[in-house]
Design a protein around this ligand. Structure first.
Ligand code: PLP
Length: 660
């Protein structure tokens, strides 16, 4: 007990001070303010904006092009029986990204007078969904976009999907003889396949297979750069990175190919410094090292070397700040300019022909194209405007103390009262544990604690010198909004590596969002929540999201944006929440069309991954109900209802469905 509280007498007068609600009016709010608050014009990249109806709209080709209202679209999808959470994919955004990247390189090449071509490839590991790969191949046809695979199963996908004979197929990853045979034989089907030696052992395997089939494989070497990337995926580069050849291994590899009379098979040099590289400085230094490897290998006798593959790493601006691990400090055009100009100057210096430039950008091509839309199921409020009943004389001292704090707190003594409150909170718990407070008294103290905290928050809100208290109390009092989604299934990187994804309501943006909340998902895991949000005021993160009041009578929808890269395939079945429903929506002048509907997992499907058999499960429940029908515990009708629910449950969606 703090001294300031000991022995004080309670002034048990009824508190009449009215705490004017959350103290905010919505009259001077507008959609532009929402756009500013959520930073959508910073991270939206022109693909997402807030429209005049206060909804998010999607504009794959910028403001001049056609658009679709995301909230209206969601409603119309629900009307068709598609269920929330919904993953909505916009192939037009991919098209726009493919064209953007290509035109950036084209511009850079023209501007610098670079004397070779740009050849992009899409690494399918970033999102292998068939429809999406199909769309990429389709959109990429004109610009010669190729595909990259990083494993044997991915090679099989790529061989079936790549229908453009000139587009490159780059084979990375851990390879066995079977992988290599498949890749080399695919050349005999007219595929433009290049096998990259990621580990030195693979070279001998390639040579053996080439001899066996009398083939001249196209070979690449992956160099292990010393230059490190930066950011969350920094371990992909440096001397201890998993893949790549050291300079010594490269020298040996060249000698080996020369001995086998296969040196002219070496066509490509590859490196990859990791994903989501936040800084252009890291990209530039790796380019310099990579370009030097290129000129040296060429000069060492590999004069058929004609591609440099600079890997992935081109980042996405997830938070719009331009200075964090979830952001980038460069544009796609700057990236292309740096790649082209660095290669040009280092090659010119050594008088070596400019190589064709291959990039393996995955994230930058697909991250923007998908949005997860989910509804809010309920809210846990901690705000408490009205205090609990007045204390009476025989109540424990702690209750009198708390009521006293409630009555006396004002802007001049708030610091002192805040400390007293913290102390009283601890004391309440101790007293309960020691058997001094009963359950009703503990409940009163907790209730009073939240009333005091709410009153303090209202006082501190209007005082700029009370920002510390305000932010602590905001955290303490923030609501929890329960969303119909699973972090582990739909935004796993938010949990796994603390990556930020933009989250915001997709409607009601003409209203001021005057609540503060964290988002919890459906899993029972305490990590199943989102607690990292964009703060456009400070450019840092905040742990709560400003959000609208949740009304029981009106559905409230949020979107998680930029989820198109890595999230779908990394997503897992924690608590048996499966794939969400997904739709592909094209946007044209005449409106939108739904190109594909990919139903989410049923409970039965998810259960089959963990070896449960539907028929056996239903049979078990039927047998139990027979037994208890005989015993008279359950009627035949009740058993029928139970089994109906059981079977419908097994066929249903793993997420919460609205009852008809
Ligand atoms: C993952 C990976 C990529 C893709 O990287 P992004 O940062 O998504 O562009 C490219 N190349 C290789 C070798 C990779 O492992």
């Amino acid at each position: 007990m703090s001294n300031s509280l000991t022995g004080m007498t309670s002034q048990a007068s009824a508190s009449t001070s009215s705490l004017s609600g959350s103290g905010m009016t919505t009259s001077n709010w507008n959609p532009e303010k929402s756009a500013e608050l959520y930073g959508i014009n910073n991270w939206g990249n022109g693909y997402f904006r807030v429209n005049q109806s206060g909804n998010v709209s999607v504009t794959p080709f910028g403001t001049q092009g056609p658009s679709v209202d995301l909230h209206e679209l969601s409603q119309e999808l629900l009307d068709r029986g598609i269920r929330v959470p919904i993953m909505i994919r916009f192939p037009d955004i991919i098209k726009s990204r493919v064209n953007l990247l290509h035109s950036c390189f084209k511009n850079a090449i023209n501007e610098h007078g670079y004397k070779a071509e740009y050849r992009g490839v899409y690494p399918i590991k970033v999102n292998q969904q068939r429809h999406l790969v199909q769309e990429i191949v389709h959109f990429g046809k004109e610009v010669g976009l190729g595909l990259e695979c990083g494993s044997k199963p991915e090679l099989l996908v790529v061989l079936s999907m790549m229908i453009n004979p000139n587009a490159l197929i780059i084979c990375n990853g851990f390879k066995d003889a079977e992988y290599i045979e498949t890749a080399i034989l695919s050349q005999k089907l007219g595929k433009n396949t290049i096998i990259v030696v990621d580990r030195k052992e693979e070279l001998q395997l390639i040579i053996n297979v080439a001899k066996k089939f009398n083939a001249r494989p196209k070979i690449g070497f992956r160099a292990k750069l010393n230059t490190q990337g930066a950011g969350k995926w920094v371990d992909s580069s440096g001397a201890r990175s998993k893949f790549g050849l050291t300079s010594m291994e490269i020298v040996e590899g060249i000698e080996h190919l020369k001995r086998e009379n296969m040196i002219e098979c070496l066509e490509l040099l590859h490196y990859h410094i990791g994903s989501q590289v936040p800084s252009i400085q890291s990209i530039k230094s790796s380019l310099k090292e990579g370009a030097r490897f290129f000129t040296e290998i060429y000069s060492y006798g590999a004069s058929s070397l004609k591609y440099i593959d600079v890997g992935g790493g081109l980042g996405v601006d997830y938070d719009g700040t331009g200075h964090s691990d979830s952001s980038i400090n460069y544009s796609e055009q700057e990236y292309a300019n740096d790649v082209v100009s660095t290669l040009q100057s280092l090659c010119d210096e050594k008088n070596i022909p400019h190589p064709h430039i291959v990039t393996e950008s995955g994230r930058a091509l697909v991250a923007h194209h998908s949005v997860l839309v989910f509804n809010i199921l309920g809210v846990n409020h901690l705000h408490r405007e009205a205090p609990p009943r007045l204390v009476i004389k025989k109540d424990p001292t702690i209750m009198h103390d708390l009521q006293y704090i409630y009555e006396k707190v004002n802007k001049d003594n708030i610091n002192e009262c805040f400390n007293d409150l913290t102390q009283a909170k601890q004391e309440t718990l101790q007293l309960f544990t020691y058997g001094v407070l009963n359950l009703e008294q503990r409940a009163w103290c907790e209730s009073m604690y939240f009333s005091i905290a709410t009153k303090m928050l209202n006082i501190s809100k209007n005082n700029s010198d009370l920002e510390d208290i305000e932010s602590t109390l905001r955290q303490e009092l923030c609501d929890t909004y329960y969303g119909n989604f699973s972090v582990f299934q739909s935004v796993p990187d938010s949990w796994a590596v603390g990556q930020l994804f933009p989250v915001m309501p997709i409607h009601r943006l003409q209203e001021e969002p005057d609540h503060e909340a964290t988002l919890a998902d459906l899993t029972c895991d305490s990590d199943g929540k989102i607690e990292k949000f964009i703060d456009t005021k400070t450019g840092e993160y905040k742990r709560t999201l400003q959000i609208h009041e949740f009304k029981e009578t009106q559905q409230y929808y949020l979107g998680v944006f930029l989820t198109g890269a890595y999230q779908e395939i990394l997503g897992d079945l924690h608590n048996l929440f499966g794939d969400t429903d997904a739709v592909h929506v094209s946007i044209g002048e005449a409106g939108y069309t739904i190109d594909h509907y990919v139903p989410g997992d049923t409970v039965t499907e998810v259960l089959s991954y963990v070896q449960y058999d539907r028929n056996k499960m239903v049979d078990n429940v039927r047998q139990a109900s027979e037994e208890f029908i005989q015993k008279g515990n359950i009627t035949k009708h009740e058993a029928k209802v139970l089994i109906k629910h059981y079977e419908e449950g097994l066929s249903g969606y793993t997420y919460l469905e609205e009852s008809e």
